[in-house]
Design a protein around this ligand. Structure first.
Ligand code: PNS
Length: 165
């Protein structure tokens, strides 16, 4: 049998990560297991005022992904497909928590495919315990004085507390 030499697969996991949650981290760990390299790409969003600056979001992600040797953290602006092309990524990784995520994710995946047919979107499921978790809810709970313990990494919890005081 002919031995085929497989090209290492670089996957890109894009998002706002404002802030990174344990659900994101769970997906990053799952992605890092099946792809050769995983780039967590933070969107530099011009029209949405984030709670954490790009520098803060990058710092937090670098801290929590430090134990994963094949994971890099980067940021991007403009079209995701342009960024993926520039990084020579073959896969876009996205998490789907519930059926409600699917419609929007499908729309984005199909649009990205239209823009760049060679790029594959791969969906992965986070652990069931994170299926209700979102950065938006984490921000709201922290702002209203609730506990986000167990929902975000400890480093993020600390920064959230400092931010909302
Ligand atoms: O964490 P989020 O906010 O759900 O991530 C959304 C993200 C960053 C994946 C999406 O908004 C995006 O890809 N933005 C970049 C602009 C772009 O390429 N838009 C066309 C998508 S079809």
């Amino acid at each position: 049998m002919k031995h085929l030499k497989m090209k290492p697969v670089l996957a890109i996991y894009p998002g706002s990560f404002d802030p990174v949650t344990n659900g994101h981290l769970d997906l990053i760990e799952r992605g890092a297991k099946i792809f050769d390299r995983l780039v967590v790409a933070i969107l530099q969003n011009a029209d949405k005022e984030p709670l954490f600056s790009l520098a803060e979001r990058t710092e937090m992600l670098r801290e929590v992904t430090a134990p994963l040797p094949n994971v890099d953290v980067d940021c991007f602006h403009g079209l995701l497909v342009d960024y993926a092309r520039q990084r020579k990524g073959q896969v876009l990784l996205r998490g789907i928590r519930a059926v409600s995520d699917y419609e929007f994710e499908l729309q984005m995946a199909m649009m990205n495919r239209k823009l760049e047919p060679g790029l594959e979107t791969v969906f992965m499921l986070p652990a069931a315990e994170y299926s209700f978790l979102s950065s938006r809810l984490v921000r709201e709970i922290a702002r209203l004085g609730g506990s986000v313990s167990g929902l975000v990494p400890v480093a993020v919890e600390r920064r959230l507390r400092a931010k909302v005081i």
